[in-house]
Design a protein around this ligand. Structure first.
Ligand code: DGL
Length: 272
């Protein structure tokens, strides 16, 4: 039985998006073991009913604990975090970190004109989770939100630039652009992969904020708080997908980097 410190950090998303968070965690905490599940077999989450997403999130989190012995769970998906974080935090026997509060904290820190924006999936935006998280920071800001259906599908297809995505971005980003925000939170872990197009549409004066780094800092703080950080050199990194694992390994390696050497198959029956 490995010691608590030697157990991996468990992380999940609907697909490739959480790899933005995985990258930040690997860079900040290179000694930690990591197990990442991309639920590409059931993505996208953003247009699914909250109850369904909550059930998927519970399945994934419990599998990371029961099948992979995770010592901490990172919900690297805004859609899942917006509807399931509270329940996961109350039922799981290990600490849980989401991406919403860390993202909101980073967003209100960078604004100068106090007009901030958040973009995310339909599920995330309609949950109101960001309105609540920004309010909890007590910052005196005006928040404009916009849902961006279709963005996630472009990333999962590896189509992150070009006319089609730019035309969609121009239409979907109009509310936040017209609101005059000076900082925009990418409230979906897939969106950093579309940064170039989003930045072109928003203009160079708008700062794009990703929750990945801030989430990694939150993970570090919790590990230290519970004294469960791993100090040995170089952790192992394991990646699983519920969809096409050859595609997951191919695109995933390009998005995340060399740590993603291969992907294994994950199903709801993994470990049973
Ligand atoms: N990466 C997920 C998020 O942060 C994506 C969503 C999806 O599957 O629609 O919300």
């Amino acid at each position: 039985m490995p010691s608590m410190s030697d157990r991996p950090i468990g992380m999940f998303d609907s697909g490739f998006g959480g790899l933005t968070v995985a990258r930040a965690v690997i860079d900040l905490l290179p000694n930690e073991h990591l197990v990442y599940i991309g639920d590409t077999g059931r993505y996208p989450y953003g247009n699914k009913p909250a109850d369904e997403v909550r059930e998927y999130a519970r399945e994934l989190a419990w599998s990371l604990i029961n099948d992979f012995d995770a010592k901490l769970i990172v919900v690297a998906c805004n859609t899942a975090a917006s509807v399931a974080l509270e329940q996961l935090a109350s039922e799981l026997p290990v600490p849980v970190v989401g991406v919403i509060e860390p993202g909101a904290r980073a967003l209100v820190r960078v604004t100068h004109n106090n007009k901030v924006g958040v973009i995310g999936t339909v599920g995330t935006i309609s949950s109101g989770a960001y309105v609540q998280a920004v309010r909890q920071t007590k910052a005196n800001v005006v928040l404009t939100s916009a849902a961006c259906p279709g963005f996630v599908e472009f990333v999962e297809r590896d189509q992150t630039t070009g006319d089609e995505v730019t035309v969609l971005a121009e239409r979907l980003l109009a509310p936040v652009r017209n609101a005059g925000v000076d900082s925009l939170l990418l409230g979906c872990t897939h969106y950093p992969y579309l940064s170039r197009v989003i930045s072109e549409v928003m203009g160079p004066e708008v700062v794009l904020v990703s929750s990945a780094d801030e989430t990694a800092f939150a993970v570090r703080d919790i590990l230290l708080e519970h004294s469960i950080q791993r100090d040995e050199l170089q952790g192992d990194h394991r990646f699983l997908s519920s969809g096409d694992i050859a595609w997951f390994a191919q695109l995933g390696r390009r998005l995340l980097g060399p740590e993603l050497e291969r992907a294994d198959y994950w199903s709801t029956n993994t470990g049973r």
